[in-house]
Design a protein around this ligand. Structure first.
Ligand code: FAD
Length: 477
């Protein structure tokens, strides 16, 4: 059966849903079909601006009908796209439906990059089903190896209890995907011991309460989880003691060994179901390996038969400053896309919720403007990188070139840290602020954001910029 809609979106994650909402607001009289392989969709709510650029929000997993009830022009299909025929502007689904579109937005996210596919002792965490699988494995585990140095690895090392953790990171410090070695030292104090003994003020919750949805089907290509995916989960292993964490710095997994081979190499008296040979020569045994080494964009399906679709080296669909791919009338947003425009000095892509939402909303604007033949300016959210999250129970705000990305050695760092309370780092170049890391309740996000955007010369302040007795905001007022 052939259907048609002005706008078609593939994907029911944050990017796809934000795009659908944007389209229905901007072009309410046009038909919008959202096709999603996951039975539940992700919607953003309780949006709280913390500054001009920095936004905090909750994410709700909800039934697709909720979206159609709120936006009558949106129809949601629970189906999987099998083929894109971009020449004829058609999409075919696995259930045998065909839909023609005027404008298409691909928001199919990514899937976890695994150190070994289909290995019984190697798991990843991406969607509802993978969390269920992980939870059932962890409760029978004494020792786990976490491989990766991003958000998921960081959260797991803090959230797991009753288990021995070996954390394998390729960098020389933890959480390197987000922070510098100084901030990593600040976090390290929280690695050992039990988070269960922390007071309520320290057990800060992030934004999303993850609920195991009854409707979630095994093997459906689910939307990625996000903040607080672990909030209602029992992530406790077999050990009575709280946990121990040992970090293996500067190494990666070279090979996965079976029990016999691994035991012989490791010299361990215990026998473990799986062993990892690391690039530093160590062999470590464990019950379970979590592979948390990033995502691979779900783009291959759209490249098949569409040779003109440009993909970036990381597999993302390359998009220009109007979120348009190299195929006519085909846009992409969220984890599946790769920003292919000349980037603003203080912005870079990172596959995060914030950017999935910004890109989805902005893609909607671009699609509408293109259909109406109207000019459009790029959204100001792409001027500066902003991210707010929680690591080890602390609020973490990252602004601009917070890790001095691309600045080389020609920059200077201003630091203020009080162990257990706050860690503030400003990245300065030629007296101007280029980025900032704010950990704890610093209340400095707005000031730092303005200073990065305005590029004011702060040379006169020198180190006094972070002196708690100097109110920089007053000075500028
Ligand atoms: P997704 O949410 O992955 O959605 C993709 C959608 O496409 C799904 O609905 C899927 O069913 C659908 N789909 C895929 N293929 C097809 C097909 N062929 N046909 C139809 N539908 C299809 N980000 C943060 O900012 N902060 C965090 O703290 C954070 N924590 C995270 C923790 C975990 C465990 C994970 C996995 C991710 C985390 N992220 C976090 C990243 C964040 O979740 C993603 O960047 C974001 O969800 C990407 O949104 P998206 O809409 O692009 O893709």
């Amino acid at each position: 059966m052939e259907h048609s809609a002005t706008y078609v979106i593939v994907g029911g994650g944050i990017a796809g849903v934000s795009c659908a909402e944007g389209l229905s607001f901007l072009h309410p009289d046009k038909t919008i079909i959202l096709i999603t392989a996951s039975p539940l969709i992700k919607a953003v709510k309780n949006v709280v601006p913390l500054s001009k650029h920095l936004v905090q929000f909750d994410v709700e997993e909800c039934a697709p009908e909720k979206l159609s009830e709120k936006h009558s022009s949106v129809t949601v299909w629970h189906d999987t796209v099998a083929e894109l025929d971009s020449k004829n502007h058609l999409l075919h689904t696995t259930s045998g439906k065909t839909v023609s579109y005027k404008k298409l937005c691909i928001c199919t996210g990514g899937r976890a990059k695994l150190i070994a596919e289909n290995h019984p002792h190697v798991v990843s965490i991406r969607d509802t089903q993978s969390v269920k699988d992980f939870q059932s494995c962890v409760k029978n585990a004494r020792r786990i190896v976490i491989v990766g140095n991003g958000g998921i690895a960081t959260e797991l090392s803090y959230e797991l209890e009753g288990i021995e953790i070996i954390w394998v990171v390729k960098d020389e410090h933890i959480t390197a995907a987000f922070v510098d070695p100084g901030a990593a030292e600040f976090f390290k104090a929280k690695l050992e011991g039990s988070k269960e003994t922390e007071g309520p003020s320290q057990r800060i919750c992030k934004r999303m309460r993850f609920t195991e949805a009854e409707k979630a089907k095994a093997n459906a290509a689910g939307a990625a989880l996000g903040p607080d995916w672990h909030a209602n989960l029992n992530l406790r292993g077999l050990l009575a003691a709280s946990k121990t964490v040992s970090v293996k710095y500067g190494c990666e997994v070279k090979e996965i060994l079976n029990a016999d081979e691994g035991k012989a190499r490791s010299g361990d008296t215990d026998t473990w179901p799986v062993y990892l040979l690391l690039t530093n020569g160590d062999t470590v045994g464990c019950d379970l390996v979590v592979s948390a080494t990033g995502v691979i964009p779900n783009s291959a399906l759209f490249a098949r038969g569409n040779d003109d679709l440009n993909l970036a080296p990381d597999g993302g669909i390359t998009v220009d400053e109007f979120m348009q791919s190299s195929l006519p009338d085909v846009y992409a947003a969220g984890d599946v896309c790769a920003a292919g425009w000349p980037l603003a000095k203080h912005w870079f892509q990172m596959r995060l919720w914030t950017q999935a939402r910004q890109m989805g909303m902005y893609a909607a604007k671009c699609m509408v403007a293109s259909l109406r033949n109207e000019p459009i300016l790029q959204d100001f959210c792409f001027e500066m990188f902003t991210h707010v999250t929680k690591f080890f129970g602390y609020k973490v705000v990252l602004l601009g070139l917070h890790n001095a990305q691309g600045l080389g050695s020609n920059c200077e760092l201003l630091l203020r840290a009080t162990m257990g309370v706050e860690y503030i780092k400003c990245v300065m170049q030629d007296g101007k602020m280029q980025g900032a890391v704010l950990i704890g309740e610093t209340d400095l996000e707005e000031m730092c954001e303005n200073l990065i955007l305005d590029q004011l010369d702060l040379s006169d302040f020198g180190e006094a910029l972070l002196d708690p007795n100097v109110d920089v905001e007053d000075y500028f007022d």
